[in-house]
Design a protein around this ligand. Structure first.
Ligand code: ADP
Length: 612
């Protein structure tokens, strides 16, 4: 420092800020790189604009670029840009006071919150002052773009103040030298800085050279016009941001000016990343403001159930110079969230329509996320419902249909959408539940997963038709199709029902005859206040107390077994008791409700014994 150096004290607020920056137990110190690169990029952008109008620019031929050098012998990190630079007055104003919004907001938030400071720094960024997180001395060499400007050196230890001195021989722009603290010498290592630059600054619009080598070679594709981008470029970009070895299944490139200025490039991977994992993955979409990363893989940017997506959302509406601002404007983030989710679901629906086979392949791997969305996200329910696929009594095994298809095929008077949840198609088809629906030409949807119960409950209806489980006791089916064969007369029926009820006692809520069945003698129905068999099983698996099974046993009065049973109650009451117990267990078994099967084998032998 020469004798002419002028010393200045920091403004009190700067002092306060620096205290926090330097002393906080902030772990994410690497963000100083992003902050300084953003400042450099801003200065270059201002220069670019000035060059359009100004004739007399100092060092006019210099390229608009950023040069970073690391020196692990001297333990320094240096960042130089050929941007607009700073005059003496600007140095005093810009990096000696807090005139800019980012740090002001930071201090305001700090005074209003009892959060740990470290947290807040992470949210706000503190711009230039972040250099003092890792350096115990910072030098800023500068010559402003103005030809009449001075060659200057600003120096500070970040404690009490700074000095400004003349320093002949400067190029246009700023060169900032960080004399790193011993404990942060990692930032003098090229590999470390390279990886930080790749994380935060890959898409900065000006070339960044690290020790002479260009590091940001990837273009910010999302800001380009779709028509100018080839499939190969999209795929390369995807591989870069998603660290993916293969190509994406789908992509959505979306741009809007109103109500929000937003550009998004969102990819759906080919494989479900959670397939082999037991816990949810982190979200894969990052938030940018004008090409600078604000939040990598940002939580809350999109709904949790879209965590499998990879990509970029860039909004110029985020507070200007967002690297020093934050995601604190959560209303804005929520708007972005809603908008992009809506657009994504719409685009997926479009994909499903244009290439159903490809969509089904996707669905086979990712249905879990769609269902999670349906079960948890009320706002996007209708759009998600369109994306559901399933087998039904009307599809071939392995072929899928959707709710709209169901509605299109439904009978004119039909007010319900019928479904059944079971372990697989064979098990469902072997059971008694479909008979009544098949006989009436009513389609029944098959669901095979425990989560489906949550899905249908959350969904409730589709196009005004209630989703109704076929095992409900309260389903009213029309009588136009009278099953074949003579039924037991009503006197015999009611006698048989009360005889069975007496025999089964507490295990059954009610016993009655009905028209539901065609080929089976009996069926267990869930009363309207009862718990679905699948839900019971899940709750039991979670060791929750599910109480007694109380079903309604509906008999098929035309079935030979039931007619014979009716006779046997008088003639062979012992055998009738065994048969009743067996019919009941069979019905529970079909419903997935049989909890104790050990008596069954012995009972079957007893029945055989008596029959022979
Ligand atoms: P912010 O960028 O949010 O305003 P900073 O603390 O990062 O806050 O920077 C303060 C000011 O210093 C900037 O607004 C800018 O005017 C000036 N500045 C910082 N870095 C540079 C640079 N590389 N070139 C020119 N001016 C700069």
């Amino acid at each position: 420092m020469s004798d002419q150096a002028t010393s200045y004290a920091f403004q009190a607020e700067v002092q306060q800020l620096l205290d926090i920056v330097i002393n906080s137990l902030y772990t994410d110190r690497e963000i100083f790189v992003r902050e300084l690169v953003s400042n450099a990029s801003d200065a270059l952008e201002k220069m670019r604009r000035l060059q359009l109008t100004e004739k007399n620019v100092f060092d006019d031929s210099l390229p608009l670029e950023i040069n970073i050098t690391t020196d692990d012998t001297a333990n320094t990190f240096t960042i130089a840009d050929y941007g607009i630079g700073m005059s003496r007055e600007e140095m005093v104003e810009n990096i000696g006071t807090i005139a800019h919004s980012g740090s002001k907001q930071f201090l305001k938030a700090l005074s209003e919150s009892d959060q740990k400071e470290s947290n807040l720094i992470g949210q706000f960024g503190v711009g230039f002052y972040s250099a003092f997180m890792v350096a115990d001395e910072v030098e800023v060499y500068s010559h402003s773009w103005n030809e009449e400007g001075e060659h200057l050196l600003w120096t500070s230890d970040g404690k009490t103040g700074y000095s400004i001195d003349e320093a002949p021989g400067q190029r246009r722009g700023c060169k900032i030298v960080l004399k790193l603290k011993k404990e942060h010498e990692e930032f003098a290592k090229e590999y470390r800085i390279k990886s930080i630059l790749q994380t935060y600054s890959s898409f900065v619009p000006f070339p960044i050279n690290l020790n002479g080598e260009r590091v940001n070679k990837i273009e910010a594709l999302w800001l380009k016009n779709k028509k100018e981008i080839s499939d190969e470029e999209y795929n390369e970009f995807y591989k870069f941001i998603a660290h993916a070895p293969d190509e994406p299944a789908f992509r959505m490139h979306f741009a809007a000016d109103a109500p929000l200025a937003i550009n998004a490039l969102i990819f759906t991977p080919k494989e479900n990343p959670e397939r082999m994992l037991s816990s949810p993955i982190d979200p894969g979409v990052s938030l940018y403001c004008k090409k600078v990363l604000i939040a990598e893989q940002a939580k809350g940017l999109l709904p949790e159930w879209l965590r499998f997506l990879k990509g970029v959302i860039d909004s110029a509406d985020l507070p200007l110079n967002i690297s020093r601002e934050s995601m604190q404007d959560s209303a804005l983030i929520q708007k972005i969230n809603r908008l992009i989710t809506k657009r994504f679901l719409k685009s997926l629906d479009g994909e499903a329509k244009s290439d159903p086979e490809k969509y089904e392949e996707f669905y086979g791997k990712f249905s879990r996320f769609i269902k999670e969305g349906l079960a948890t996200d009320f706002e996007h329910r209708d759009a998600l419902a369109k994306l559901l696929r399933f087998e039904s009594t009307f599809t071939e095994p392995g072929k899928l249909t959707d709710l709209q298809g169901y509605i299109d095929r439904a009978q004119e008077e039909q007010k319900q959408i019928y479904y059944i949840i079971g372990p697989n198609r064979e098990a469902i088809e072997a059971g008694p539940y479909l008979e009544a629906f098949k006989a009436r030409g009513l389609e029944v949807i098959f669901f095979f997963e425990p989560i489906d119960d949550y899905v249908v409950n959350a969904l409730g209806k589709y196009e005004e038709k209630d989703l109704t489980s076929v095992d409900r006791d309260d389903i009213k089916l029309d009588d136009t199709t009278t099953p074949e064969g003579e039924p037991l007369d009503s006197d015999a029926s009611s006698k048989l029902c009360s005889w069975i009820k007496d025999n089964l006692g507490d295990r059954v809520k009610d016993v009655r005859v009905g028209d539901r069945l065609v080929d089976s003698p009996a069926i267990a129905l869930t009363p309207d206040d009862g718990m679905n068999a699948q839900v019971r099983q899940m709750m039991k698996a979670m060791n929750q107390d599910v109480g007694d099974t109380k079903v309604i046993l509906e008999l098929n009065p035309r079935h030979a077994v039931i007619k014979k049973l009716s006779e046997a109650t008088a003639g062979k009451p012992e055998l009738a008791k065994l048969v009743t117990a067996q019919i009941f267990d069979n019905a529970l078994l079909s419903a997935g409700l049989l909890e104790e099967s050990k008596d069954m084998v012995k009972r079957v032998y007893d029945i055989i014994d008596q029959a022979l």
